[in-house]
Design a protein around this ligand. Sequence first.
Ligand SMILES: Cc1c2[nH]c(c1CCC(=O)O)Cc1[nH]c(c(CCC(=O)O)c1C)Cc1[nH]c(c(CCC(=O)O)c1C)Cc1[nH]c(c(C)c1CCC(=O)O)C2
Length: 349
Amino acid sequence: MNAVDKPFLRALAGEAVWPPPIWLMRQAGRYLPEYRAAKEKAGGFIELCLNPELSAEVTFQPLRRFPMDAAILFTDLPMLPWAMGQPLHYGRGGAEGVGPILDPVRDAAAIAALRPEGAAQRAAPIMETVARIRAGLERDHPGTALIGFAGAPWTVACYMIDGRGGHGFPEARRMAERDPALLETLFASLLDAAEAYLVAQAEAGAEALMLFDSWAGLLPPEGFERWVIGPTAALTARLRARLGADYPLIGFPRLAGPGIPAYAAAAGVNAVGLDETVDLRGELPRGVTLQGNLDARTLVAGGEALEAATAGILDAMRGRPFVFNLGHGITPDTPIEHVAALVRQVKRG
Ligand SMILES: Cc1c2[nH]c(c1CCC(=O)O)Cc1[nH]c(c(CCC(=O)O)c1C)Cc1[nH]c(c(CCC(=O)O)c1C)Cc1[nH]c(c(C)c1CCC(=O)O)C2
């Protein structure tokens, strides 16, 4: 299929494609037995992320079960700080459910020791994964588009500064309040690295890029402008300068509620991902494609609750440029049959 004919890319370009294209955040992951087997074969989670053959395999796994309109590069958000030289590991021996743990970066010396200029090179295995996925899609799933991704600057900074999630990132928020000049130096490094990392993904074959700002909702309004909208706009401007003005970019300012209209207007993205707390029956930004926002818990529940919630989203979005997705990632307890039922319903429109 000609790239411009892929339904997902048409929707990102502003067309009200119907039925809407669908993919699901974390569509590759622990709810699939074949994912768990591949991770075991790789010998751990970081090992999986750095193994192009197995990362590509894991990306294809959900596509063999469900007719998704997009695949997302299989890697993890802290691989960018890792590529900048920050040591990373995953809990005790890669134990399940333990998130990423980084050696915290909290002072000028630690920030100066980062190596943004080497990030794309150190991430070369990830670029090989991108190329393998794209080749496999063209061969076996020609209507499916490939999304590359990185964390948005604020969310990556949260992990870099606190060193781990799960506690509301008190150190990152403290730095934003008490030492914004120091945080600016970290953002400068991060912008250089993220630009190189994302441009390399696009050059390796990614057809759209998504910026995950999972912790955008932690900031007060001025902080949201300064640390979420500002740096995202700077990054998207750099990406457009390198990749062309029309290159599709998706932003996901999770739990940003009242900040979403300003984000949609100023962040420089074609599409905005909405989390499950956004009411689609309310006032929504115009001029961008929307993506979301089924509650991942409703997908676990299944049955009539899932059917009703899905119908509600379809009714609210009919006639608009829209991509069906969850409001956050699929959880490991999700029954595979519920995912199949959801995709069937969305494909009926
Ligand atoms: C904040 C964040 C991270 N990673 C990511 C984000 C942004 C989106 C979000 O808010 O969820 C993004 C991400 N992480 C992963 C992907 C792969 C692609 C896909 O969505 O299918 C993507 C796009 C794989 C992963 N990333 C992780 C797993 C689970 C690892 C395992 O197999 O044990 C996967 C498949 C680990 C991870 N990685 C991260 C956490 C907090 C955790 C632990 C929670 C968990 O275990 O689910 C950081």
